[in-house]
Design a protein around this ligand. Structure first.
Ligand code: NAP
Length: 249
């Protein structure tokens, strides 16, 4: 650990498990104080906070359904109230509600669009104010290879993640001269609870399409986020960093 991140504060949405939990851990290891956001799993979020605190990281859990504008802005407000600043926002919270286009229910479309895309807009809009005041910020949006390549059965999810990439680029242009970078990571198939639903055949088929012939680890995504959050990395903005074993190239 260098002291590049000393004194910094991060909000990681959807950090109670999976990729978000690992991002929280990786940023914590760099000395960043962490707000662990969750929507439903309080015990899991509190366990992440306890692990971070055991490792010497200052951390707190805040419940907020970030698909709701009021809750998203309350999350950012509570984080800045508690720690007095906000340096890093990681928009990671996400869900899937897969289904073929012809059978997709309106609610599955809206739930995924709101949770995976609108949430990033709501959190960024709230976080931009303190970051502009500080003239410093690092925003990392967790998109997906599905938003780049598309995926049958995921019109809602692919649209949300592609939208997140557009949001990233537009916001990066707006905020570039305020010392704020906005980037996305686009994970491919990563081993988490989300991919636990895959059958062994689906898993094998997925791996066979990936140039490195393996699913990724949550730590692969977390290291990419730490790179984009690095205060010494001020000249990379509006980019999509693919963490997918070469899948989308
Ligand atoms: P996961 O294990 O299902 O965890 C999702 C997290 O999001 C949980 O902490 C959950 O908290 C939180 N969450 C869900 N809805 C929320 C809401 N409305 N407000 C606040 N938090 C909410 O997912 P994951 O696999 O780690 O995925 C994390 C991100 O990476 C997602 O954006 C996903 O699309 C993206 N991604 C994943 C993969 C992959 O292979 N796993 C690939 C590409 C992209 P609660 O349980 O407390 O609600």
């Amino acid at each position: 650990m260098s002291d590049a991140f000393a004194g910094q504060v991060a909000v990681v949405t959807g950090a109670s498990r999976g990729i978000g939990r690992e991002i929280a851990r990786a940023l914590g290891q760099e000395g960043v104080r962490i707000v662990v956001n969750y929507a439903h799993q309080q015990a899991a979020a509190e366990a992440v906070v306890a692990q971070l605190q055991e490792a010497g990281t200052e951390a707190m859990a805040i419940r907020a359904d970030v698909s709701q504008p009021g809750e998203a802005s309350a999350l950012i407000h509570a984080a800045t109230e508690r720690f007095g600043r906000l340096d890093i926002l990681v928009n990671n919270a996400g869900i899937t509600r897969d289904g073929l286009l012809l059978r997709m229910k309106d609610e599955d479309w809206y739930d995924v669009l709101h949770t995976d895309l609108s949430s990033a807009f709501f959190c960024l809009r709230a976080a931009a104010r303190p970051m502009i005041r500080q003239r410093y910020g690092r925003v990392i949006n967790v998109a997906s290879v599905a938003g780049v390549m598309g995926n049958a059965g995921q019109t809602n999810y692919a649209a949300a993640k592609a939208g997140m990439i557009g949001l990233t680029k537009a916001a990066a242009r707006e905020l570039a001269d305020r010392g704020i970078t906005v980037n996305a990571v686009a994970p491919g198939f990563i081993e988490t609870e989300m991919t636990e639903e895959l059958t062994p055949e689906q898993r094998e088929r997925a791996a066979s399409q990936i140039p490195v012939r393996a699913l990724g680890k949550v730590s692969d995504v977390a290291r990419a986020v730490v790179f984009l959050a690095d205060p010494q990395q001020a000249y990379v903005t509006g980019q999509v960093l693919h963490v997918d074993g070469g899948l989308a190239m």
